[in-house]
Design a protein around this ligand. Structure first.
Ligand SMILES: O=c1ccn([C@@H]2O[C@H](COP(=O)(O)OP(=O)(O)O[C@H]3O[C@H](CO)[C@@H](O)[C@H](O)[C@H]3O)[C@@H](O)[C@H]2O)c(=O)[nH]1
Ligand SMILES: [Mn+2]
Length: 721
């Protein structure tokens, strides 16, 4: 029964309009797909009987359509029941009843992740609107760089001024850089004083950063420094031990060390994970998350509260799709079916969930626990709710504790334990977030997705094509690693989660990458056949033409509807379409190849950091909405070749059609390359018309022309079968 005196802390609204549109689209599109396969099956039988046209290209096109349909089915659950959450943090209990919160921030290399940006994130987290004595901020420095450690000390010094200032004036923007860039608040003398200290802080860090390049190492002992003062959140610098001979498991490994170290110092039951560039934009995020952890109807099973990644450096032309809105739109849908996966950062997580300790009782055998959690007795004590850490605010860390922490941050601590398997972040894939959330969801935990109009966190998006494709390749590779393993959610999910959820997870892991097959299948087979007057699609006068036309138009319109209903502009539809095509042709190709090599043990996973330092020339292109084609040729050539191939086959194809007067039969096949070259006009522009630094280099154009002029005639081989 609802208690009238206590109104709800959060509400979950079904997005009714979207729900209706989505389900109607599912219904009609499903009918059209059935009709399409009816057409394909009957025509295929006919071809086999009569040998009218070559079989192989026909089969490839059918296969591509089967893959597209499979992906389409996988992606429906995320559209079944889209919801939106609202929170009422003002209804939370008094501050003294709130649980402690730890903040984990990861950085790895000050030359790619400038210390000033990282420290802005650190300071913004210290200034969260949360009781200072319940907050602790940890920075993991995987580079073990003294540049970062020095910067931390500066941040601590500055934070002691900044945090009280924010709280006194209840500032809305608590990331210092963002605050001063926005022009401040005209608070007067006190603000002038703070500004002076901020300038000093900035100057010191910038001076310091000159030494950044080369300061990160893969071979260093653990270094941990606890900065501690009454009325301030803890600030802790953690550089875990790294040795070349020991695998360090990238960010997942770093987070597991933070989990252990923090257990000794603050041991908060909930923690927030941030990437070093994602500063806190809305200081109330912790309270927003508590609106769910205090909601007794879900808190029992609630593992994490996920906020979307939003970015402070996107231009009005999101040409690389780097705002990732497609992911957040799906997040709203996944929220309706037990919650979204972890999206890397910007989530509050329950320690109990990530440890998997909900079933552990006081009388469990200690040796058993050591097998799971490692050799530290002190750490094992910390997993019980009654444990109180040994550091008080304002006190120094004892030598014994310092020793214990060093042990917990050593590179061998994980060995022969369940860390990275059943405890903490999973090491299995470079996308530690997805594999960990899959495991948690399979164990019955749920998550929620909160996407408030004022973003809680703002990070730096990729602003050039190279970074975007490299990042997408890592994601696609990591997700494919999961997809090709025993964890493939389609099978692993059976009996562990609902069909809907496991389909959605499969979509998440392999859905995007699988597009590579239809992309290449439909990227040149219909085109080659066009040149030889071999029809693969129904004539315009054939009733089945309507089926193909419907599916094509409906998918474009559905995409447009999704983009617009999330509040984005019409241009965004085009930008997303282009980004998707580039990603599918290039990133997904390499990711799939690497994942297969990885599967047979011929490839070593790597984590190429995304650049967070801006480049003026690049920023200028991005602002203007011009693609920056200064990209590794390896990533460019597939896209260029496919583009040229479509361009050439469209032009020659038109001539062939006009000569043979087969417009009725060949319409769809001429339309496909036409659509490709119009939508992806930026490639033509980059190869031929642009003269600036960001254009496609002539060598890439030449190589791609060579490749497509080999494929076109050799494609004929396809036709003789
Ligand atoms: O060995 C490593 C590698 C990375 N990081 C940190 O991991 C974070 C994410 O790395 P980034 O280079 O920014 O990659 P992105 O592709 O932008 O990260 C996205 O994708 C990752 C998974 O591939 C997720 O972990 C991230 O949260 C998500 O934002 C950064 O703070 C890094 O400092 C480490 O701490 N140790
Ligand atoms: Mn990032």
């Amino acid at each position: 029964m609802k208690n009238i005196s206590s109104p709800p802390l959060n509400e979950c609204h079904t997005l009714k309009k979207n729900l209706i549109i989505n389900r109607l689209h599912i219904l009609f599109n499903a009918i059209a797909i059935i009709a399409l396969f009816y057409y394909r099956a009957t025509t295929l039988l006919h071809i086999i009987k009569t040998n009218e046209i070559p079989l192989l290209p026909y089969v490839v096109v059918c296969f591509s359509e089967i893959v597209l349909t499979f992906i389409w089915i996988l992606r429906r659950p995320a559209r079944w029941r889209p919801v939106k959450r609202t929170v009422y943090p003002e209804r939370l209990p008094e501050d003294d009843k709130l649980p402690p919160v730890d903040v984990f921030i990861c950085t790895a290399d000050p030359s790619k992740e400038p210390a000033f940006g990282v420290m802005n994130t650190v300071v913004s987290a210290m200034a969260l609107d949360y009781p200072a004595d319940k907050l602790a901020v940890y920075l993991s420095d995987d580079g073990g760089s003294y540049v970062t450690l020095d910067a931390m000390r500066e941040a601590w010094k500055f934070g002691k001024w900044w945090v009280p200032f924010c709280k006194k004036y209840n500032l809305k923007i608590r990331c210092p850089q963002a605050y001063f860039q926005s022009g401040g608040n005209e608070i007067g003398a006190e603000e002038i004083e703070i500004k002076k200290r901020y300038d000093e802080f900035k100057e010191n860090l910038e001076k310091n950063s000159i030494n950044a390049s080369g300061s990160a190492s893969r071979d260093h002992p653990p270094t941990i420094e606890v900065m501690n003062q009454e009325d301030m959140p803890f600030l802790v610098y953690v550089a875990r031990e790294k040795r070349p001979a020991h695998p360090h498991h990238f960010k997942g490994g770093a987070l597991n060390v933070l989990l252990r170290v923090s257990a000794m110092i603050s041991n908060a039951p909930y923690f927030l994970v941030l990437d070093c560039d994602h500063y806190c934009n809305d200081p109330t995020s912790a309270r927003q998350a508590m609106c769910f952890y205090f909601d007794s109807s879900i808190s029992q099973n609630l593992a994490w509260v996920q906020f979307p990644q939003k970015f402070h450096n996107t231009s009005q032309h999101d040409i690389y799709g780097s705002r990732l809105h497609a992911i957040w739109r799906e997040g709203l849908g996944l929220d309706g079916i037990k919650g979204p996966s972890i999206y890397g950062c910007n989530f509050y997580m329950s320690r109990e969930a990530i440890y998997g300790t909900e079933k552990i009782h006081k009388d469990v055998d200690l040796n058993q626990l050591k097998k799971s959690f490692g050799s530290s007795n002190e750490f094992i004590k910390s997993i019980y709710k009654s444990y109180k850490p040994n550091v008080s605010r304002g006190e120094k860390v004892s030598d014994a504790l310092q020793k214990e922490i060093q042990l917990l941050a050593s590179c061998t601590y994980d060995r022969d334990t369940e860390w990275g398997k059943k405890v903490g972040y999973a090491y299995f894939s470079v996308v530690e977030d997805s594999i960990t959330s899959l495991d948690l969801h399979c164990k019955g935990w749920i998550s929620v997705f909160v996407d408030p109009s004022r973003p809680c966190f703002l990070g730096s998006a990729t602003t050039n094509l190279n970074d975007m494709l490299v990042q997408q390749t890592r994601w696609a590779f990591g997700l494919m690693q999961i997809g090709l393993s025993k964890y493939c959610p389609l099978l692993y999910g059976i009996g562990r989660m609902s069909i809907f959820q496991s389909l959605a997870y499969t979509a998440h892991c392999i859905g995007d990458t699988l597009y590579v097959f239809p992309f290449y299948g439909l990227g040149f087979i219909p085109q080659i056949c066009l040149l030889h007057n071999i029809p693969l699609y129904p004539k315009v006068s054939d009733p089945f033409f309507i089926v193909f036309a419907f599916i094509f138009l409906a998918s474009l319109l559905k995409h447009a509807q999704e983009v617009l209903s999330y509040g984005d502009s019409f241009m965004e539809v085009l930008y997303e379409l282009r980004a998707w095509m580039m990603k599918s042709t290039s990133s997904c190709l390499y990711a799939t190849l690497n994942a297969v090599l990885d599967r047979i043990g011929l490839h070593e996973a790597d984590f190429s950091l995304t650049n967070k330092a801006g480049d003026d020339e690049q920023a200028r292109l991005f602002e203007k909405g011009l693609y920056d084609f200064q990209v590794s040729p390896l990533l460019l050539v597939p896209c260029c070749s496919l583009y040229i191939l479509n361009l050439v086959s469209f032009i020659i194809g038109l001539v062939v059609i006009i000569r043979s007067q087969k417009g009725n039969e060949m319409f769809i096949q001429a339309f496909i390359p036409f659509f490709v070259i119009i939508v992806n006009y930026q490639w033509l522009d980059g190869m031929i018309f642009r003269k600036d630094k960001g254009r496609i280099s002539p060598s890439v154009t030449l190589l791609s022309t060579a490749i497509s002029s080999i494929i076109l005639p050799f494609g004929y081989l396809f036709l003789i079968y």
